[in-house]
Write a new protein. Structure first.
Lengths: 81, 181, 260, 372, 372, 260, 181, 81
């Protein structure tokens, strides 16, 4: 089973640019179809399971809007993003 | 005789164009007119507004503190301009984008579901025309016909296929109120 | 950032501390944001936030000072390297960085950056090359590609009258005073990681007093390019990268020794 | 020609083109950029020279070079960009070659903002560059006037071999108004006698255009010659507009946008029966000193209105020379006054708020303490 | 300390060093170059920063950067170089950081020559940069005064967080006179609260030094704050020197070298029994308007003497406000007047050559028609 | 020039016509004079005097316009390439040349020359590199050699604080718009002849509308170097030539075809 | 009491230094003094001059049209300054470098073969000192002794070996006239 | 016998810089020990016979002060300087 992770996108920062959506290797991100941020953007969110916590979305996010969590793997240390 | 109109909304709602159309029409009608936008980088993704002054004589200030008429395309514009409309003036509110009615009693205000009407017409970009039609129905500065002629005269050729839709939107905006009244 | 669940989880990425907790004024998808984030991450990692002084330039990044949590000054258009020189000469043990667009650095500010490099000024220049003037509405920059349409080259940049784009990294690399001059791109995760490494190296160069460093970052301007952010990244990769080859243009021997 | 609805910046650009502009050199800066953009499209279309310079410094020196050929040339910018042109302007005037400059002013000092202001008045009118010099400054208050004065600027610059500046604020640059453009003049095909064009078999003696006179008495003579030419400009080129002045007992003085805002206020004051008129200088340099001096003999006081901290104010005070009280009202940093603010100043003055004591700026500052 | 025979340029440099100068940035230009050369030797000796900048534009921005750290910094140049600094000066003032600038004026406009002149008066005093601003301008007339005012310039610049200019002409820069240098002050080791120095664990909040206020009302408030600070400067910092004024019926007004040439003429006139005095403004900005206004109440007329075409003249006329006649005598383009020229102007005035009509510049120009 | 004897003699060298018959203000031995002469000779040979417009800069050569018998303008310090651009754009069929010192072109005027080159402006820059500011009395220039004493580097140029000399030809050669960028020296007859050829090529480049050309000429300043002219030439050869290698830095393919 | 002296000659004849020495001496004697040179690129290989004003009170103009005294080191200087010397003033001419005598009768002028005397002393660079000595012998502003002390005080250490020669030159210049007279 | 030439140095231009003297391959140039130009320089001159008219002096002269004459060689065309 692959590593499991999840991301939290901050509504304060996200501008719905879709760069994370396009970059996600697992294709599990989407712009929220209904939710709007205070600035009027549809923020990114996890569309379903499958996030491995690889952090690629965070690497491309221009707004530093994403926090990435990953299941702890006691045996090997996760590579830094 | 001088009339001042502020059209305000989000960038992208076509407020600048609506003001320009009004200005063209005023010019074509032989009036003096000034159109002045808010400008600058803050426009990007932010709010946009323009002031149109129509007059029979040389126009002084292009900006006015208390306009005769306001089209508020969204809530921030309503909040900002409702208090400023000249007593006895006109306030046209895009009902589709606000969650409240004006509270002033010394002005004539109307709620027009601009986006909905435009969407009914099949193109949300027509909201500005709907609102402009509604304005003219409430503020007899220029006949609707004049605006339509101006549209015909000044709309760039490549946009001419949009002409009927624009005309329709203007009319629907004007009618909406007739109907409502 | 509070952990919401008590799970055997770890944070593998979070917003760097050196970024202020405010939303930026940049357009959605603009890679100015990526550049900001990378710089902030490196500063966090090096633990030098307290010793940083940034020099903001005139361009979309004029308000960079609102986003980085350290001291900043704001320079006249193109003059950031001169201001940085002034600061660095008075406070040689601080980290002084400029953050400049291509209009700012490669057009109006050409003399200042060339001479800062020639002097071997111990500062770091972050140079955001987005092939146009973003802030003023997308005019031609010295980096605009041949044939590229902008609001001041409406028929596409005509090299007969407007000349050829300037490759700033190559130009600065001719200067003996320049110790580290590289070009990176922000168009995909791999390149973003390489960009971050270069930013780190540049700041290490400064930390060790090795002289002038400059990191050119190919960047997008979706608003003025009239494309979505995602399309913009593709355009960058397809059109800009061939014209502006990525790579190291000057790595002084002592710099080559830096291990990060 | 019919009237068209034109944006100030674009109207100026097109007016310049129709006045026979041969070369434009500029650099983008808000709120002037549309002017450059218009040029970037139209000039190549017409086979004329357009260069987006690397900076304002380069732009003014390209203008300087082109002006040395006697061609009709111009540049445009806004406040910080204009500051960068000061050395070049001084050289152009010292070399006695004609050029046109448009300054679409914004809020300052420093980077400031891009909102309308009039705070480059001193810089432009009283010599922001080194050395003694004068240049012609035209201050339109409407798009039509911007068009007309742009054309005039070229004619005056050539007539007096000097720099003519069209000075306006950002609001006028961004504003649209109906205006009639002039007909397209043919581009000049000949070059003046004095120009550096290559001798081309037409001249025996080479032309040298320079501003150095290493021997001070030579430089003094040059300065005197320029001063005498300036006297001619002062004698012939002063322009201003007056409104409601016949029976005016108070005079509002304002240029450009401030002047037209004042017009609204003056009308409102007239509606209240206050005998106030408006003087709107159209040439800020040469300035209508003499006219104001004479006005001062018959009116009771002046109110100067500007979008700055009182720069033209000092010229009005020089002209009035203590004969009558002068008051001031200004808004700063990109804020445009509304007519009602000026109206209340007029009301204050008409109801006895005039004094010969102290400085009007001090009193205004006092009154501003409450604002915002 | 004993008096030493010092050249103006070098005396200013050494005075600045002793005032605790931490960094100097400059570019060579005659007649100022000795100042830079002195710095190039002394500053490195003392372990302080010296950079020969690539241009005056770079120099003023290096100063700007260093000033943002709160350090004592300066640059120096001469007229054309000063023109290139206008944008930077406007930014420095807009950012409210202290800096000192020395302008050793030469003949202009344009490249002009390197001889002594005072024709940057307007550029320096009335704002050659964009936006509303004021700066402090000190005009020495001797090497000793140049030394003293240089030290004062640093203190005032810091006190009011603005730019202080030491304005002199080339002759004073090149002249040697005995002067006493101040003792060496220790270099500051602390930096002010507001400075951009890195937080260094000492501050919670970052310092941002900028001159943008995108929102016009914010910019207006900034402008008003600067104006109020300027009122303080006007209230406290006006300086001038007077000679033979007790019983004077005529007053000669001149600054810097023109002022001291006038002193010779005034002495000669006194020897002839003409009751004339000399007012030599030491601060050109703030200008002694009020003092001159009061003087005008008791004397019969003024003669303004400058090495330019009448720039300070307008400030004197503003102050006199038509109360009494003002006459003018100027030499241009690098020519220094001799005392006898001024003496004959004084004689002319004392024998009835005063009028309230017309503009003194016109009359002077008339008289100059014969010269050279 | 009247032949004094009726002998079977021919004139093998005489003063070029493009030089005015006045004595220059240059110091004895100053190679500004050699550069002037070579330019005048080439102009005579090409027969283009009538179509020449020179742009004098600020430096010892500020009065160049007094010595060449064609139209001249005089530019602010460093801005000659911008002025030349203005002229050339209005009169594209004239020959427009700038004549600039190293302080003028490589210090204050860096941005203007870089951008004229980048634009491929069809002008020719003659760049006189004499390793100091002559006119103002021998201060350090961007071209002053490491350790070289000048009046503003009294202890010798310290590369730690004053940085390294700029090699302008190498720098400009990085620009695509530049068609012909070479360095020559004026220190001996052979090199003077090569310099003349380069000047000829540069003007041919302009004649054929091939774009920007720049000829850097290593030159002496005996007065401020404090040496005799003869010693100065030796110093140039020994110290400057190694630092500023002579050669062709950019010869666009089409330029390589020019045969003179 | 104010005395103005102009020292003029070719660049390289040491006229600026002679003026400075005089100024130093005046300062050391507690007087006010100004020294002002002609300056600029025209100096290069051309003429040089300086004006020294010595006074008991604050000095006004550093330049004078009609100096009290002039040292003319060469012919152009003689031509230029002879007409300007104040009536009753002093003109010291370097006879070695001119081919004529002054013609004015209302001033006191003397011809001193400066170069020859200096060459006799073995160093042509001493001409300026010879002339200065001659000046002081004719214009009692400062005793020669004061100048000599000043020279001792201000001559840079590395030039101290030249001191005796300088002193000698000053004296010879002063004596020449005494002898001649 | 080598080609014969001669040079004429213009007193208007020559500044006695000695560059021609140093460059002359035949060592036949000198600065005139006694003559002075109007500007006060000792001008260059031929010191004696031996000038071949090679023109090298003219090539190095910064003042374009030298005119070079050479005996006509009808058979071969002299190379241009
Ligand atoms: C002296 C001066 N000239 C022009 C401007 C106007 N201006 C502001 S931003 C800008 C261009 C910025 O472009 P770039 O450096 O490429 O940065 P970007 O906005 O693309 O990030 C210009 C020309 C100015 N503020 N000051
Ligand atoms: C704006 C400006 N800055 C400075 C100067 C003073 N200046 C005159 S010539 C010169 C340097 C010239 O040196 P360079 O270009 O090397 O030419 P050279 O005299 O050595 O031939 C300088 C700095 C000036 N005239 N204008
Ligand atoms: S990349 Fe960042 S800003 Fe863009 S959509 Fe994803 S989370 Fe939002
Ligand atoms: S305009 Fe372009 S560079 Fe500026 S913030 Fe928007 S996308 Fe980024
Ligand atoms: S100072 Fe130097 S560069 Fe200038 S003319 Fe003299 S030798 Fe030539
Ligand atoms: S090279 Fe020319 S200037 Fe020099 S000595 Fe010879 S002839 Fe005279």
């Amino acid at each position: 089973m692959p590593v499991q992770g999840r991301i939290v996108v901050s509504d304060l920062y996200c501008k719905g640019c879709e760069l994370c959506v396009a970059a996600c290797p697992q294709h599990v991100l989407q712009l929220s179809p209904d939710r709007l941020t205070a600035k009027g953007y549809h923020p990114a969110e996890l569309a379903g399971p499958g996030c491995t916590g690889c952090g690629i979305c965070a690497v491309v996010c221009p707004e530093a809007a994403i926090t990435v969590y990953r299941q702890k793997m006691p045996t090997r240390k996760a590579a830094e993003a | 005789m001088q009339t001042e109109i502020i059209i305000a909304g989000f960038g992208g709602q076509g407020v600048l164009f609506a003001g320009q159309l009004l200005s063209y029409a005023a010019m074509d009608a032989g009036k003096e007119v000034t159109w002045i936008p808010s400008y600058g980088p803050e426009m990007r993704g932010g709010t946009a507004n323009c002031t149109v002054v129509i007059s029979d004589e040389e126009i002084g200030s292009p900006l006015v503190r208390h306009p005769q008429a306001v089209i508020a395309m969204n809530l921030p514009s309503l909040d900002k301009y409702e208090p400023l409309v000249k007593s006895g003036g006109v306030l046209i509110v895009n009902a589709s984008m606000v969650n409240r009615q004006p509270t002033r009693t010394d002005i004539h205000w109307v709620m027009v579901p601009g986006n909905e009407i435009a969407e009914e017409l099949g193109d949300r970009r027509m909201t500005n025309m709907v609102m402009l039609g509604a304005l003219l129905a409430n503020l007899p500065i220029l006949p609707l016909e004049a605006l339509i002629q101006t549209l015909e005269a000044h709309l760039p050729a490549r946009h001419h296929r949009l002409l009927p839709l624009n005309v329709e939107a203007l009319k629907r905006g004007a009618e909406y109120l007739a109907v409502k009244a | 950032m509070v952990m919401e669940q008590i799970l055997p989880e770890e944070i593998v990425y979070q917003r760097p501390e050196s970024l202020v907790e405010v939303s930026t004024h940049y357009c959605p998808g603009c890679t100015h944001g990526v550049a900001h984030r990378l710089i902030a991450e490196v500063i966090d990692e090096m633990g030098i936030r307290d010793r940083m002084i940034g020099v903001a330039s005139v361009g979309c990044s004029v308000f960079a000072y609102n986003y980085f949590d350290f001291d900043w000054v704001q320079a006249p258009h193109g003059r950031a390297p001169a201001m940085a020189t002034g600061i660095k000469r008075v406070l040689p043990d601080r980290f002084v960085v400029t953050y400049q667009g291509d209009g700012d650095m490669a057009s109006i500010g050409m003399a200042e950056v060339v001479h800062a490099a020639a002097r071997g000024e111990n500062i770091t220049v972050f140079f955001i090359n987005n092939a146009n003037y973003g802030m003023t509405g997308g005019q031609m920059a010295p980096t605009t590609l041949p044939g590229q349409r902008t609001t001041s080259s409406p028929g596409g940049r005509d090299v007969e009258t407007a000349g050829y784009p300037i490759r700033a990294a190559e130009l600065l690399a001719t200067l003996e005073g320049a110790s580290y001059v590289v070009r990176r791109s922000l168009h995909d995760p791999k390149n973003i990681r390489l960009a971050k490494k270069a930013i780190r190296t540049a700041l290490e160069v400064q930390a060790q007093g090795m002289g002038f460093s400059m990191v050119e970052l190919l960047s997008i301007c979706p608003t003025n390019w009239g494309m979505t952010p995602v399309d913009s990244l593709h355009w960058l990769e397809e059109h800009m990268v061939p014209y502006y080859p990525l790579g190291d243009y000057k790595v002084a021997p002592m710099v080559a020794q830096i291990r990060i | 020609m019919a009237r068209e609805l034109l944006k100030g910046n674009e109207a100026i650009a097109e007016a310049a083109i129709r006045a026979g502009l041969q070369a434009y050199f500029g650099y983008p800066i808000t709120p002037q950029t549309e002017l450059l953009e218009w040029m970037s499209k139209r000039m190549p279309e017409l086979g004329r020279a357009f260069v987006q310079a690397e900076s304002e410094l380069a732009a003014i020196n390209m203008v300087y070079g082109a002006a040395c050929t006697g061609a009709r040339v111009m540049t445009s910018s806004s406040s910080p960009g204009i500051s960068l042109m000061m050395e070049g302007i001084s050289y152009i005037i010292g070399t006695e070659v004609p050029a046109v400059l448009v300054d679409v002013m914004r809020g300052g000092p420093g980077l400031g903002n891009i909102a309308p202001a009039q705070s480059d008045y001193n810089q432009i009118v009283h010599g922001g560059g080194h050395g003694d010099y004068h240049l012609i400054v035209l201050a339109p208050a409407s798009v039509q006037e911007a068009v007309d004065l742009t054309v005039l600027a070229f004619d005056l610059a050539e007539k007096y071999r000097t720099v003519a500046v069209v000075l306006l604020d950002g609001s006028l640059g961004q504003m649209m108004e109906p205006a009639e453009l002039p007909p397209m003049r043919p581009v000049k095909t000949t070059f003046p006698e004095w120009a550096a064009t290559g001798m081309m078999g037409k001249r025996e003696k080479r032309n040298i255009l320079t501003s150095i006179y290493l021997n001070p008495p030579d430089e003094e003579q040059t300065n005197l010659r320029l001063l005498r030419r300036w006297q001619e400009v002062e004698a012939s080129e002063i322009r201003f507009k007056e409104y409601f002045m016949d029976d005016a007992r108070y005079v509002v003085v304002g240029f450009g946008s401030a002047g037209r805002v004042a017009l609204s206020a003056v009308r409102a004051a007239r509606a209240e029966g206050i005998p106030v008129g408006l003087l709107r200088p159209v040439t800020l340099s040469p300035f209508p000193y003499e006219h104001i001096r004479k006005l001062a003999q018959r009116v009771e006081g002046f109110l100067v209105v500007e979008m700055n901290a009182g720069q033209m104010l000092e010229d009005v005070r020089l002209a009035v020379a203590g004969q009558k009280p002068v008051e001031f009202y200004g808004r700063l940093g990109g804020v445009m006054p509304f007519p009602d603010e000026i109206l209340s100043e007029i009301q204050r003055i008409a109801s006895g708020g005039l004094t010969l004591e102290g400085h009007p700026r001090e009193r205004w500052l006092q009154r501003m303490n409450g604002k915002n």
